[in-house]
Design a protein around this ligand. Structure first.
Ligand code: MG
Length: 372
């Protein structure tokens, strides 16, 4: 079962209207898919995130020549070599080779990972709350209302990019709009110091429908996170940018977080992602995948999530949600499986078990021009 072909699909979409978070506005969305085909005709898809020229040149010049002719089953060895050159490319390669293994076994990917425990996984609507309009909180509220009308019951909104007063007014207005009928997570993208984080306390204790506060401070301030957690009214979440088990273990040992948020495209490989997810569960911690930047990679996260037991013994059993990008983004429509009422049906088909819209892929191909 040798690797016979590796195709790349770099895709780019310019946004009609920018949107963003505390890190600034996004003007475009990009997507980089790879498809590996073996000599026996099996195929597997993966996804990588980075600047498209970096990924495309890396694959064409170095990774593809290296992988062609290699045994598709030598995943660990191949991926660790690619990872030395470019870790995020290696993550995509590891996804594709894992899907090929599931295809070879003629099993759904979930079966390869111990079997699915859930028919559906919950997904939360994830927003980029900041837009250029002066009355951006109004725009944000309209977006949230649309998502709730579509059946989402869990929302994540951004804070940390405007003044404390402006952000808190936005959140208070959202709470009053939904009167506590939805669950809300706040993501500060590591904007604050310890004192500013604490100034959210009075707003947080006024409501009971919070999912979590995400990355209020730089994540390397582990002692501040530990101090915050000793007396904080809601769970603290984070970890989307971490890459290795070593980083996660350090956070666990320090007692920094209640909810871990690994990302399948940021971890060294899909196996590392799975190990972190399983380890979090065994350590008695919740895990809610970060999956903002990729539709295909998010499906890998959803399937791994479906293989987890409930995070507590409380009834009804509960599974932590997977992030679902609800902003303007055509790549969200690439896969045949979409959520309904805030839940995503776990694919039952062989391999990854989803179809990709090849027409949409072709229509969004990056033209090779540099972009910023
Ligand atoms: Mg975040």
């Amino acid at each position: 079962m040798r690797i016979e072909r590796l195709e790349t699909f770099p895709l780019l979409y310019k946004l009609a209207r920018p949107y963003g978070d505390a890190n600034g506005y996004k003007k475009y969305r990009s997507c980089f898919l790879i498809k590996i085909t073996t000599s026996s005709g099996l195929t597997g898809w993966g996804e990588c995130v980075d600047w498209l020229p970096t990924l495309e040149i890396g694959f064409q010049q170095r990774i593809i020549p290296f992988l062609l002719g290699k045994q598709a089953t030598d995943r660990n060895q191949l991926v660790s070599t690619v990872s030395k050159w470019h870790r995020r490319s290696a993550a995509g390669v590891s996804m594709a080779l894992t899907a090929i293994l599931a295809e070879r076994a003629a099993l759904p990917l979930a079966d390869l990972w111990g079997g699915s425990r859930w028919q559906e996984v919950p997904v939360y609507a994830s927003f980029q709350s900041y837009t250029p309009e002066p009355d951006w909180p109004h725009v944000s509220r309209k977006m949230a209302e649309k998502a709730v009308a579509e059946g989402f019951t869990q929302l994540k909104v951004k804070i940390g990019g405007r003044s404390l007063a402006e952000d808190q007014q936005h959140i208070e207005q959202l709470q009053q709009t939904f009167a506590g009928q939805v669950q809300l997570a706040l993501d500060a993208n590591q904007s604050y110091d310890f004192a500013t984080t604490k100034s959210w306390r009075s707003l947080l204790v006024a409501w009971s429908n919070w999912m979590w506060l995400e990355e209020p401070m730089p994540l390397d301030q582990r002692e501040d996170y530990q101090r915050l957690r000793t007396d904080w009214p809601i769970p603290i979440a984070g970890g989307e940018n971490l890459t290795s088990m070593r980083d996660f273990v350090a956070l666990i040992q320090q007692g920094s977080l209640d909810i871990f948020q690994p990302d399948t495209m940021h971890c060294e490989q899909i196996d590392t992602y799975r190990e972190i997810v399983q380890f979090s569960r065994q350590a008695g911690l919740r895990v809610s995948p970060h999956a903002y930047d990729g539709a295909l990679s998010r499906m890998y996260a959803a399937i791994a999530q479906a293989c987890l037991a409930s995070w507590s013994k409380m009834e009804p059993a509960e599974l932590e949600p997977v992030e679902w990008d609800v902003m303007e983004n055509p790549f969200s429509r690439l896969l045949s499986v979409q959520p309904r009422n805030g839940r995503l049906a776990v694919p039952q088909g062989i391999g990854l078990g989803v179809e990709l819209d090849m027409e949409l892929i072709e229509s969004l191909r990056w033209d090779g021009q540099l972009y910023l």
